[in-house]
Design a protein around this ligand. Structure first.
Ligand code: FES
Length: 342
């Protein structure tokens, strides 16, 4: 029997089919419910269950702690309604998030950033501009290929959209981008999505941590903060496995030269030989550099294991969990594994 779910931030209630999660129902009704991984691992869809009953499918402790669960919080992507319910998603009421839209774009640039990352630039051809907050992502559809999520790397006020697309040899979309994508090709961009965006009102130090192509949303966040004239310390940590994984270094060095409050630190986890860069895990390197992080904000993007371990390290240094904004990038294979384990 379908149930009705009232979402406090929206006027019309949604009908939830049997076995459907609250997030699935909201998105099927075209509502911009905040979400990320859709598999109970990122916490972006964390919500308060105000009334009614819902069953929670398996999720990670990183996304929802036991204490939060006891307080009546749920993950909308894991919550299956057992009765009519009322829910409210958390923490975004004071921020106006642009509505989800589809914008047809044309490819205007393809750059080989590293051995496995292409920077793809595009501009709106119709239906633009594409509005988003620094740090959000979009679903990109190349030709008939299935849509895939990528973060915008440019500032929201810039007309050219920039995406960093890492080649996944077993995938379908990234090999196409790496070998066949042409300038002028049309790409459908749908979004924006994601809750790990720049909190513009914050005035304390910012710790921005990026692994691999996770540099894209972090670049957008850091550049937007600088454009807004923010003066607090901004510590950008960019990690790769080895030397050939580091990109846009000159770009960030130029920003550092213009903005004394920006610090750019590169970290190699598996350098092939002696290196002048920091080496080790991003979580350990960041933890070495700071004492008490109360009052700071952190933004993290990259492989799920990096995001998880670095978040834990930051919280151990007294960073408040609500000041930690993270998007983990799951490959399609990782998403499938998570789905089958739940
Ligand atoms: S979208 Fe629900 S935990 Fe990630």
């Amino acid at each position: 029997m379908p149930f009705t779910v009232k979402i406090r931030q929206f006027d019309d209630p949604v009908s939830v089919g049997e076995g459907q999660t609250i997030l699935e129902a909201a998105l099927a009704h075209g509502l911009p419910y905040p979400h990320g991984c859709r598999s109970g691992n990122c916490g972006s869809c964390k919500s308060e269950l105000l009334s009614g009953k819902a069953d929670l499918q398996p999720y990670s402790e990183f996304a929802l702690t036991e204490e939060e669960r006891q307080r009546g919080l749920i993950l909308a992507c894991r919550a299956v309604a057992l009765s009519d319910c009322e829910v409210a998603y958390l923490g975004l009421e004071e921020i106006e998030v642009p509505a989800v839209r589809k914008v047809a774009c044309r490819v205007t640039g393809i750059v080989e950033a590293t051995h496995d990352i292409r920077i793809v630039r595009m501009e709106a051809a119709s239906g633009g501009p594409f509005e988003f907050l620094a740090g959000q992502y979009a679903g990109l559809s190349f030709g008939d290929l299935p849509p895939r999520d990528f973060s915008m790397a440019n500032r929201p006020d810039e007309p050219t959209l920039e995406f960093h697309i890492r080649l996944m040899p077993e995938g379908t979309v990234s090999p196409y981008v790496a070998t066949a994508l042409k300038l002028g090709e049309e790409v459908m961009v749908e979004g924006p999505y994601g809750t790990s965006f720049l909190r513009e009102a914050h005035t304390g130090p910012v710790i921005a941590v990026a692994g691999g192509s996770g540099l894209a949303p972090i670049k957008s966040i850091v550049e937007m903060a600088l454009k807004m004239g923010k003066r607090q310390g901004i510590y950008l940590y960019f990690g790769g496995r080895e030397e050939r994984d580091i990109y846009l270094e000159d770009h960030f060095k130029r920003l550092v030269a213009r903005h004394p409050n920006l610090h750019f630190i590169t970290v190699l986890s598996e350098p092939a030989g002696p290196t002048k860069r920091r080496s080790g895990l991003l979580a350990d390197v960041v933890a070495q550099d700071f004492g008490d992080l109360d009052g700071c904000k952190a933004y993290l993007a990259g492989p799920p294991i990096m995001v998880e371990t670095t978040t834990e390290a930051l919280v151990d240094l007294e960073l408040r969990p609500e000041d930690c904004h993270a998007d983990a990038f799951y490959t399609e294979a990782e998403k499938a594994a998570l789905e089958s384990s739940s």
